[in-house]
Design a protein around this ligand. Structure first.
Ligand SMILES: Cc1ncc(COP(=O)(O)O)c(C=O)c1O
Length: 433
């Protein structure tokens, strides 16, 4: 754990030295790629759904105008539609460093996890155990819990630390034993904002038992496209509508694991890995438009002189470095303000120093309702949100009433330092009275 932290600090420092001075994220270029962005209000609800990149909108427009017929027939609009859908699959498999047939596009992460719970549930027995995590959004908790309970398996819960909402990995390791079949936890919580050291955790799980591991990457991927082979998880889920893309969920199932689960498709599609876990037909235009996110990243790379030497995923790590440096600049003044305020309880770490905090910042106002604070912020042109964000288990674990919930300010790389100044001034004014 200490080693991991030291590596993270070293990594961020090295990033700053190597890239911070030389290549800085060009915010003007970035904003030009998002036609929705404007100067009239501060958009800071990104963890709920991001702006859509120009490249994505172009594919959607082209597909819906010219190719919206059943794809994959030999005549041209249909053939081209199918080719665009295949292109999206190929690009995302490459980006995530997985095989194409390990990737399913589905309507959302919640529906993908629901489907996977039907696929996993019948493989569990009364003798088995699964571990779910209190830090998760309901999408990566309830479905697994129900599947476990229905099959009679024992469901254990990895609890968070009530003061901060952070996780202690030692608590997880105590829950594991030879009966553990699956462990589910988040890459990053949509409220606590901390990036959990997934690779290290999985390594430790593998040392202790034979369990499969499922990770919710929804709050992480907007900041960093991971190398799933390197992470070594068996199941990984995220939502592209929070990663500058169309409303699609991406589901990775390691092929050797998927083969052991119960198919959820029409009976004649069960042998097709990319359809096995999608009971619906694919949303053709939206699937094709998933490629637009990576087209955006590629144009970001070209603009910032990031060269694709060996793999696409490696180049995406460079994109991530620039995002991380910029996002740290965005998060720090807000965290600093909230840390010093006696009028709030901040969730998660009060700083970005360890390189493991997303600029997803939630707090509970101590003297006003979250709803009231958010309304005042909205009147100042600041698009903050409040509620439980479907992560009521996190709030309950921290003794926070989920019905009023917390205020959340969630930023991504297209937010600006000027916007952050507006947010801090708005917080100051709002929390004062
Ligand atoms: C961390 C996290 N996981 C899962 C989900 C569910 O994603 P979807 O809306 O695609 O079902 C969300 C949605 O906000 C989320 O923030």
């Amino acid at each position: 754990m200490i080693f991991f932290k030291a590596m993270s600090i070293f990594g961020i420092l090295a990033d700053a030295i190597m890239m911070g001075e030389k290549v800085k994220l060009d915010i003007d270029f970035v904003r030009e790629q998002f036609p929705q962005s404007n100067e009239d209000y501060v958009y800071c609800s990104n963890a709920g759904g991001s702006f859509v990149a120009r490249q994505v909108l172009e594919i959607l427009e082209d597909f819906n105008r010219y190719k919206r017929i059943q794809p994959y027939s030999p005549f041209s609009p249909s053939r081209e539609g199918g080719e665009l859908m295949d292109r999206a699959r190929g690009l995302w498999a490459d980006a995530l460093n997985i095989k194409e047939d390990e990737l399913t596009f589905g309507p959302s992460t919640s529906s993908n996890s629901y489907v996977m719970a039907q696929a996993i549930g019948p493989t569990l027995t009364k003798q088995d155990e699964i571990v779910v995590c209190q830090q998760d959004h309901e999408a990566n908790h309830g479905a697994w819990r129900r599947a476990g309970e229905r099959s009679g398996a024992t469901v254990r819960e990895w609890r968070l630390l009530p003061e901060t909402g952070l996780l202690d990995t030692a608590d997880l390791y105590e829950l594991l034993n030879e009966k553990t079949r699956w462990v589910f936890f988040p890459h990053c919580s949509n409220l606590v904002g901390t990036t959990n050291p997934v690779r290290d955790i999985i390594e430790e799980i593998r040392n202790r038992c034979d369990a499969f591991v499922g990770v919710d990457g929804v709050a992480h991927v907007p900041h960093h496209v991971p190398d799933l082979k390197a992470l070594d998880c068996d199941l990984y889920l995220f939502s592209l509508y929070k990663v500058f893309g169309p409303h699609q969920g991406v589901l990775y199932v390691r092929s050797s694991v998927g083969d052991k689960l119960v198919a959820q498709s029409h009976h004649f599609l069960t042998k097709e890995p990319t359809k096995r876990f999608n009971p619906a037909g694919p949303q053709h235009a939206e699937v094709a438009a998933c490629a637009g996110v990576l087209d955006y990243f590629r144009s970001f790379m070209a603009h910032h002189n990031i060269v694709e030497h060996d793999s696409f995923n490696h180049a995406l790590q460079e994109v991530r470095r620039l995002f991380a440096i910029h996002e740290k600049k965005l998060a720090t003044p807000i965290l600093e303000f909230l840390r010093q305020s006696s009028k709030v309880q901040l969730l998660g770490k009060p700083h970005c120093e360890d390189g493991d905090r997303a600029p997803t910042i939630a707090f509970r106002p101590l003297k006003q309702a979250s709803e009231q604070v958010t309304r005042k912020m909205n009147m100042l042109g600041i698009g903050a949100e409040h509620g439980d964000f479907y992560a009521g288990r996190v709030l309950k674990g921290m003794s926070i009433d989920p019905s009023d919930g917390v205020v959340r300010i969630s930023l991504v790389h297209y937010n600006t330092e000027d916007e952050v100044n507006t947010i801090v001034a708005g917080l100051d004014r709002t929390l004062a009275g």
